[in-house]
Design a protein around this ligand. Structure first.
Ligand code: TXA
Ligand code: MG
Length: 320
């Protein structure tokens, strides 16, 4: 059931249930992070392998005391002060209050303070830290509307809180604050450049750190549509243009003349707009019965472009 009753959602969470919740990045499948049984339900509903840890959501910085070990690094405070609430997850040493199932047995936990007003109200009202992975079956495209969640997991959760379409549309950037220099483990809603600037690093310090990310569950095939998806550079996209009706194009900025089915991520070339449209359009194209192949074009390599390309690469059956 989809609705906007935050009280009801909070009561369900307090009773150990798992619900769909909006955030500004993607919809989450949320449960009480301190209740191992509720967290086990999340893994079961999502069919998620237990080696892939969950992110814990908070609404106030003071909650960090319960969840983490007391010695937090300078990079944690710099990034939390600068980007929270927002699309950033910070990995810290976990406390004993966090059940091992949340972190897949790791000694660290990823924490995020979401900016979506409904997510904040929900967190405040239930007064619990909420473990929430993206609310999609494992491996599929992340959901950016309540209807997306309902279509795939609607019969497995008692309630989906509807907060409209996600504004960022791409998962949070994950930064490991337990090491020096801090490392980016997953590119996402905040660009590498912005993280580097806040920490006073050269961007290449952080981008080198992404060569060998240690975020578990970062599999090379993920975020994938059911249909075949070919990822091309901006030139080779034209070699697929046979005007065949069963091909859909996902273009970055400029349409292909007269092709019947295509989506343009951002007509004025804004990386934020492109990110916000990415999963929405991928789902639309994946659901069209007349389409057999999606040909997507890489985003320019700046701002949120690398995060968009990361998702497209994992979604692709073939990269040209
Ligand atoms: O924007 C987001 O981050 C969304 C919304 C719902 O908050 N959540 C999300 O969760 O994308 P999920 O489960 O789809 O991806 C979380 C990823 C895991 O796959 C893992 O790679 C990483 O976060 N992660 C979680 N805890 C970690 C830890 N202690 N160390 C390293 N990576 C961790
Ligand atoms: Mg996910």
């Amino acid at each position: 059931m989809i609705g906007t009753d935050i009280q009801k959602a909070a009561a369900l969470l307090q009773a150990g249930e798992v619900i769909g919740m909006p955030t500004e990045t993607v919809y989450g499948l949320a449960g009480n992070a301190l209740n191992a049984q509720a967290v086990a339900k999340i893994f079961a509903i999502k069919k998620r392998p237990t080696f892939d840890p969950l992110i814990v959501h908070i609404f106030d910085l003071s909650q960090i005391e319960l969840l983490s070990k007391s010695s937090l690094s300078e990079s944690f405070y710099v990034l939390a002060n600068r980007f929270w609430p927002g699309p950033l997850t910070l990995v810290v040493e976990k406390s004993d209050a966090v059940p091992d199932i949340v972190t897949s047995g790791l000694s660290t936990v990823g924490i995020r303070m979401p900016a979506h007003p409904m997510a904040q109200q929900l967190l405040r009202l239930c007064n619990l830290p909420l473990a929430a992975p993206s609310a999609n079956p494992f491996g599929y495209i992340s959901p950016v509307t309540a209807e997306h969640v309902a279509r795939q997991l609607g019969d497995q959760v008692p309630y989906i809180l509807d907060g409209g379409r996600c504004q960022i549309g791409l998962e949070s950037t994950i930064v490991d604050c337990t090491v020096t220099p801090a490392r980016i483990l997953r590119k996402g809603g905040i660009s590498v450049e912005k993280i580097a600037e806040a920490l006073g690093y050269q961007p290449d310090v952080l981008s080198h750190s992404t060569d060998n990310p240690k975020a578990p569950g970062m599999l090379s095939s993920h975020y994938a549509p059911r249909k075949k998806l070919i990822l091309t550079d901006q030139k080779s996209v034209f070699s697929y243009y046979h005007n065949k009706n069963n091909i859909a194009f996902l273009r970055y900025r400029t349409p292909i003349k007269q092709h019947p089915i295509q989506r343009i991520l951002s007509p004025n070339g804004s990386d934020a707009e492109a990110a916000a449209n990415l999963f929405y359009f991928l789902r639309e194209l994946d659901e069209m019965s007349e389409i057999d192949l999606i040909v997507a074009e890489k985003a320019p390599d700046k701002g949120l472009g690398p995060a968009i390309n990361d998702r497209l690469q994992r979604a692709a059956t073939e990269v040209i």
